[in-house]
Design a protein around this ligand. Structure first.
Ligand SMILES: NC(=O)C1=CN([C@@H]2O[C@H](COP(=O)(O)OP(=O)(O)OC[C@H]3O[C@@H](n4cnc5c(N)ncnc54)[C@H](OP(=O)(O)O)[C@@H]3O)[C@@H](O)[C@H]2O)C=CC1
Ligand SMILES: Nc1nc(=O)c2c([nH]1)NC[C@@H]1CN(c3ccc(C(=O)N[C@@H](CCC(=O)O)C(=O)O)cc3)C=[N+]21
Length: 293
């Protein structure tokens, strides 16, 4: 069993990003600039956004945080997005999800200029991804592709089962794995809460990508010997044994599944770190106008 080490891979990819950012500064006098919009004070979101900002500094980007109380109106948020769309000092921005119930995430996503949509959630980026056209790829699925590529894991012709069909992880993941590209060219089954016989479907999988949001959902009896298991889950439980006051669990019963796997990602230290590096990659691409002028 080989552990897919998100810490190692993300550090390697960040070196390359830092080099390119330094070259850009040299040539243009500008740093790539990412803005994160955070509404409310959800513990997970606070941690992830803080980590995104910290990583920007590490690779020589400028980063700014725009904070709102969870009582902010949808109109006020949309008007901020309009302002960020027009601000030429901002290369890319993200609105951290989830949003409070009174704000429609679909409206917010579509309001973002697709040329600054470094999360890759806008329908234009989604459609361009499906067509294999240059675009911002959604950070988590992109990070998983980078991880597979780094370890030279063969995906062509493999049976890939994605569990979960969210807009930000499962659905785009299934598109990327099925695309005629490398990595890609897998035979993909996209499963969700209405799927029947999930266990039997998983048992046939060469690659399982779990994005459900439930601790220990993927158990050893679902996994075939020699499978590749990618665990996207970030389930936080309070704990008095850790400094942070919480402990993170993936969606996979790691202790029992890992011995059967050819490759597996740990949580923490796996996909989450790749998500952040992908966001940095997209921000650099935005600053360089690699996809859109
Ligand atoms: N590591 C990272 O960078 C990231 C981690 N995450 C984490 O990944 C997990 C998933 O996130 P996200 O995609 O946003 O989650 P969502 O809650 O949006 O989606 C969960 C999906 O799982 C499906 N599901 C729920 N129960 C079952 C079941 N019993 N059997 C089969 N499928 C089921 C749902 O089906 P249905 O559609 O039918 O409801 C849904 O499609 C979370 O733990 C989240 O914190 C998320 C983003 C990035
Ligand atoms: N607009 C938007 N874009 C996102 O990309 C987005 C989002 N909303 N909402 C929530 C999910 C979740 N997500 C993670 C990012 C980093 C880690 C991460 O860094 N994880 C570390 C540990 C973090 C910790 O210690 O708590 C790890 O796995 O090692 C996890 C999860 C991005 N998301």
């Amino acid at each position: 069993m080989t552990l897919l080490d998100g810490k190692h891979v993300s550090e390697e990819l960040k070196k390359q990003i830092a080099t390119e950012a330094a070259e850009m500064l040299e040539k243009t006098g500008r740093k790539p600039h990412l803005v994160a919009v955070l509404v409310g004070n959800d513990g997970g979101s606070e941690t992830y956004v803080a980590s995104k900002m910290r990583n920007c500094e590490k690779v020589g980007f400028k980063s700014s945080l725009v904070r709102y109380d969870d009582t902010v109106t949808e109109a006020a948020l949309l008007s901020k997005i309009e302002e960020l769309n027009k601000d030429s000092s901002v290369d890319g921005f993200i609105v951290q999800l989830p949003l409070p119930k009174h704000i429609d995430p679909e409206k917010v996503t579509e309001a973002i200029d697709y040329r600054k949509d470094v999360d890759g959630f806008h329908p234009i980026n989604l459609g361009r991804m499906q067509r294999n056209l240059p675009c911002f790829l959604p950070a988590t699925p992109f990070g998983i592709m980078l991880m597979l590529q780094f370890y030279g894991i063969e995906t062509a012709g493999k049976n890939c089962v994605v569990i979960g069909r969210s807009n930000i992880v499962g659905s785009p993941m299934s598109i990327l794995m099925a695309r005629n590209a490398n990595p890609g060219n897998a035979t993909v089954t996209l499963t969700h809460s209405r799927t029947q016989n999930l266990k039997e479907i998983c048992q046939k999988a060469d690659i399982i990508i779990a994005a459900i949001g439930k601790k220990n959902f993927v158990t050893a009896d679902m996994v075939k010997e020699g499978a590749v298991v990618i665990d996207v889950g970030m389930n936080r439980e309070t704990s008095d044994k850790t400094k942070s006051g919480y402990k993170l669990y993936g969606d996979v019963d790691f202790d029992n599944v890992a011995p059967k796997c050819a490759y597996i990602t740990p949580v923490p230290g796996g996909v989450g770190l790749m998500t952040i590096v992908s966001l940095l990659r997209n921000t650099l691409s935005a600053a360089k106008k690699e996809f859109y002028s």
